[in-house]
Design a protein around this ligand. Sequence first.
Ligand code: SOE
Length: 387
Amino acid sequence: MSDEKAKRTGARRHEAAAKVPEIGVGMLGYAFMGKAHSSALRRLAYAAWPPPLVPRLVAIAGRNAEQVAGAAERFGYERWTTDWRDLVADPQIQLLSNGGPNSLHAEPTIAAAEAGKHVLCEKPLGRSAEESYEIWRGVAAAEVKHMCGFNYRFVPAVRLARELIEAGEVGEIRHFRARYMQDWGVDDTRQAWRFDPEQAGSGAIGDLASHVVDLARFLVGEIGSVSALVRTFVPERRVDDAVEATVEFHSGAIGTIEATRLALGRRNAFQWEINGTEGSLAFDLERLNELRVFRADDLRARGFKTVLVTEPDHPFAEFAWPPGHIVGWGDTFVYEFHHFLSAIAGERSVAPYGATLEDGYRAAEVCDAFVSSSRSGRREKIVYRTL
Ligand code: SOE
């Protein structure tokens, strides 16, 4: 190919990219969620071309200058700062992605929204239902797009489950049972902020049970009441280690929710099962590409079948690879951010497939009810506040 033609072709490709508007991103946090968000923002630009908007990684904020400078270099941010207020003040930033500790969710998220920036805040939204409500109310008043980082709604198998339920394939749901089990909680030294009630708010409840509650709301519906036991097993620890709960849904379905960071051998086992009048669905995050399906009209087939959720007509196939080429945990953030950018671009709304900050607040009300039920020894009815 002649230099002239190569230049022309290259220029044409560049023109195509230039046609998609950019959105400036400010990232709060450079550790686990900073990496997950940044990696997703870079990949979504080409994972399914054209993206709704092309993310421009403008700036990243973190408390430790050396660490955040290194992250800016690794992730590809144009600049870095140790003060999140610089992100809020930066006119080149239109989207704040908050992956900071839970104690840094409220003030920066509200301030960014008040500065006219769209916001995605990691779960749990706040350290309590009250703080979560204040974040939701503060952001909603600013009339920007907002999302809460319940990324498991964007597992292809979970979206397929939602679509099957919406299509009536499972019939009327009677049971939901779920557990989120990890085992790293035996060691206080790792991610120490997660064991400090001031920084985290709670332990396994906000960290893991909030995911389970959001998924229960996403697949089954609103939770009306809970009865729970909350425990701290590790001596001197000031946050919870585990919760075991029974829940009743507005629909009449009933279920169980568990979360623990002390289940030795379980690395990241978010498992759930739904039983309806026409069939059942089951999922295990450690086998993230598979949805197990039982259809009542399959009684002759005897038992669940495993659907590998990688077919062209399956959710998010447009981002992935050919059938059978499975995706991973990080891909859920690509789909989540793509969804959010589509909403910002006006192509869709965040809800119902993405979690809004109201969803973040409602999950927090249920999580608070786990604690109050364990303290009172009684079943707690849940009342959701509105704006
Ligand atoms: C730690 O428990 C953690 O990183 C959670 O905070 C995330 O939300 C979950 O997706 C993976 O595990």
